[in-house]
Design a protein around this ligand. Structure first.
Ligand SMILES: NC(=O)c1ccc[n+]([C@@H]2O[C@H](COP(=O)([O-])OP(=O)(O)OC[C@H]3O[C@@H](n4cnc5c(N)ncnc54)[C@H](O)[C@@H]3O)[C@@H](O)[C@H]2O)c1
Length: 267
């Protein structure tokens, strides 16, 4: 294998949840570009089909599979469809996630807490739970969980209070560490990416559209000012990390959290 070959994903099958848009679409593109067959799972068929149309040019097999990650039976069907159509699951990217309207804990609607936990934390558990038997059978596999820098540090409430989101993303870190401990001897690596603020996605779009222009402007200004690199990341800048973690380049790496946040958490 050449040195460049350590990033090659030819012959591997990747499944990306929430692959229809945003970071998930970037992950699908990167994985296909480096040789993987890619299953794109989402609740939005139109977006998932758009992603698949974008990656077909790389010449590998693709699949659109519909699944709400908070629903066990849909997750099981997504895993079964991927194995039936593409033959295995070597790389699982647990990317699907949401935010709810910012609120401090004492003002947070309980339904917002429950809905977010169901998708951002329970969803990751359900997808790991369903994919792991396939990976154990294969005695190989790689799980990449998408956490957030907000799972590692708190946030100035002048920007926003995202306590339920941070709690879920911290839980994703714990799932990652315990997953690495439990399945290392089955040849399965489990790592997490904790992105900071990235553009090119629709997360928060539903409730942020209700903000007045000045609130939106202030939000961006505070984020940019507080970030050592002085800007938000672009979704495409996460390609390097996903390929590193999905490939043999990280063959001895497991149970780790990789932060990409322009220095946000260094302060
Ligand atoms: N954008 C950022 O700056 C940022 C920063 C840190 C972490 N993240 C995390 O990255 C992941 C992707 O976020 P994004 O910014 O690309 O968001 P996005 O809203 O642009 O995309 C999320 C995708 O997930 C899908 N989805 C939502 N609920 C789902 C469900 N129940 N089941 C299956 N699919 C579902 C959506 O349809 C969409 O395609 C999330 O886990 C998010 O928390 C994003």
């Amino acid at each position: 294998m050449t040195e460049k070959g350590i990033f090659d994903l030819s012959g591997k099958v990747a499944l990306v949840t929430g692959g229809g848009i945003g970071l998930g679409r970037v992950f699908c593109q990167a994985l296909a570009e480096f040789g993987a067959d890619v299953a794109c799972a989402d609740i939005n068929r139109e977006w998932a089909e758009e992603t698949v149309a974008l990656i077909e040019k790389f010449g590998h097999r693709t699949l659109v599979t519909m699944a709400d990650v908070s629903k066990p039976e849909e997750v099981q069907s997504m895993i079964a469809a991927t194995v039936a159509e593409l033959g295995s699951i070597d790389i699982l990217v647990n990317n699907a996630g949401i935010t709810t309207k910012p609120a401090k804990f004492h003002e947070m609607p309980i339904e917002d807490w429950d809905r977010l936990m169901a998708i951002n934390l329970r969803g990751v558990f359900l997808c790991m739970r369903a994919a792991l038997p396939v990976m154990i059978r294969q005695q190989r596999g790689c799980i990449i969980n998408i956490s957030s820098v907000l799972g590692l540090v708190g946030l100035d409430p002048e920007i926003a209070s995202y306590g339920n989101y941070g709690a879920a993303k911290a839980g994703v870190v714990a799932l990652t560490r315990q997953g690495a401990a439990d399945y290392g001897r089955d040849g399965i690596r489990v790592n997490a990416i904790a992105p900071g603020w990235h553009t090119g996605t629709r997360i928060s779009a539903s409730w942020r559209s209700e903000w007045p222009a000045e609130r939106e402007q202030r939000y961006h200004q505070l984020i940019t000012e507080r970030t050592p690199l002085g800007r938000r990341g672009e979704a495409g800048e996460l390609k390097g990390l996903i390929i590193y973690l999905a490939s043999d380049a990280s063959s001895f790496v497991t149970g780790q959290v990789f932060v990409q946040d322009g220095g946000w958490s260094a302060l």
